[in-house]
Ligand binder design. Structure first.
Ligand code: ADP
Ligand code: ASP
Ligand code: MG
Length: 422
């Protein structure tokens, strides 16, 4: 008898019919002799709906003014879906109980809207499991040291599930979603994308951090740190398929490189529209400038992604960097009001119509010419590259947002990632 954690995403919990289906599937696993902990997301669209209501009533344009309440509000979505699942399980004749994050408790820091899990107390959950109940724990939320409800950032139920699995030393954490695994790229953008049977932890970490929202990045980090066996699979298969077949379906995140993975130079393509670029034109090229600009940005708690500084002409240079699109307006305002005068720089230009496209693959470590193949393929499509950044197993480019789909499709083809390839 193993302890298994299941996580069901918003679409999988999207209607009472789907919740009933989830309950039947979970009951099947429990009846097969497993101790079951289930972490659901809010029903699809619910988190957006709640946050939209808040926006209508917001006291200011700055959401940080009411972050605490946003978390108290958004957390209700998971509380509802969890209780509904417990009811559906009971209707299947399966004893079950649902807990909100604070009831477990899942303790976090106090960073509202992007809190980090500090610890999980599993005593209550274990007692229920030993009493033969299926335990349902709300995804996406926790409680801070002062007792305030916190949330873990969008897509955070993945992280709740993996953290619960790590804390309870579960045999496996299964992430059920609306696709049947991790694909070479988002199958919504490239229908020819191929499902990966396995993906290495490192590649999954890069894919998630570069925009593949199939798993929230923190969930992959947790899985790596605590070596949680993690699988992504479909919740849309018939609930009564053979449990052994189900347990082997989808994509397994692996912690060791095997031969098959070595073969693929590029395993996947990730992209994100969540970025914006800021360029400061005509900055004096002297020591301390990068610190003046980026120090002020960091102090405002704005994360910077890519950075480019060009060589100087006549003692002046241009300095560009990217930030999350949500922080773009705030970063522009900060530079204009606080930093520009100090720099004596004439112009700051913002561009929120950009995107970042990345190729990811462990094989890039041992192969040269991969990045140039990427640039060649983009140039063949007439796509201008605005910024480039590389690491051992990825190359990312910033391009005009309007070319996103074109670029992803071209690269998918250029690196032979289609379904019927090896
Ligand atoms: P859930 O609500 O189950 O958490 P998400 O919408 O957060 O589901 O994540 C699943 C979605 O991730 C898929 O529907 C797919 O469009 C998208 N996605 C992006 N990149 C990938 C990828 N490489 N493989 C599979 N799905 C991907
Ligand atoms: N409901 C939250 C969201 O929509 C968390 C999740 O679904 O993982 O972001
Ligand atoms: Mg998700």
């Amino acid at each position: 008898m193993a302890l298994i954690v299941h996580k069901y995403g918003g679409t999988s919990m999207g209607s009472t019919e789907r919740i009933r289906n989830v309950a039947k599937r979970v009951a099947k696993w429990a009846r097969a002799g497993h101790q079951m902990v289930v972490v659901p997301s809010a029903m699809s669209g619910e988190t957006n709906r709640l946050l939209g209501l808040a926006k209508e009533l917001a006291p200011s344009d700055n959401p940080t003014d009411y972050f605490r309440e946003l978390d108290a509000l958004a957390a209700t979505g998971e509380q509802a879906s969890s209780a509904l699942l417990a009811i559906a399980l009971q209707a299947e004749g399966m004893p079950s109980v649902s807990y909100a994050g604070w009831q477990v408790p899942i303790r976090t820091d106090s960073a509202f809207t992007k809190a980090r899990i500090a610890s999980i107390d599993d005593a209550r959950v274990r007692a229920d499991l030993n009493a033969g109940k299926v335990v349902i724990i709300t995804g996406f939320q926790g409680v801070d040291p002062e007792g305030h409800i916190t949330t873990l950032g969008r897509g955070g139920s993945d992280t709740s599930a993996v953290a619960v699995a790590a804390a309870m030393k579960a045999a496996e954490c299964l992430i059920y979603t609306d696709v049947d695994g991790v694909y070479t790229t988002d199958p919504r953008v490239v229908p020819e994308a191929r499902r990966l049977q396995t993906v290495s932890f490192e590649e999954m970490l890069e894919m998630a951090s570069l925009g593949s929202k199939v798993l929230q990045i923190r969930s992959v980090e947790f899985a790596g740190k605590y070596k949680v066996p993690l699988r992504v699979l479909s919740s849309f298969t018939p609930w009564d398929i053979d449990i052994h077949e189900e347990a082997k379906s989808g994509t397994l995140i692996t912690f060791e490189e095997d031969e098959q993975m070595e073969q693929a130079i590029v395993s996947g393509i990730a992209f994100t529209r969540d970025e914006a670029k800021i360029s400061i034109i005509g900055v004096p090229d002297k020591p301390g400038i990068a610190y003046k600009i980026l120090g002020a940005v960091a102090q405002a708690n704005i994360e910077v992604d890519m950075i480019i500084q060009n060589i100087s002409k006549g003692g002046l240079t241009d300095f560009s960097f990217t930030v999350n699109r949500n922080d773009h307006a705030r970063a522009m305002e900060l530079l204009k009001t606080k930093v520009m005068a100090d720099l004596g720089a004439p112009e700051v230009i913002g561009d929120a119509k950009i995107c970042k496209v990345s190729i990811v693959g462990i094989g890039m470590r041992s192969h040269v010419g991969v990045a140039s193949r990427m640039f060649e393929s983009l140039s063949a499509e007439g796509i201008n590259i605005q910024m480039i950044s590389t690491s051992e197993i990825k190359t990312s480019v910033v391009i005009d947002e309007k070319y996103l789909e074109l670029a992803v499709r071209a690269l998918h083809k250029a690196f032979d990632l289609e379904q019927n390839q090896a």
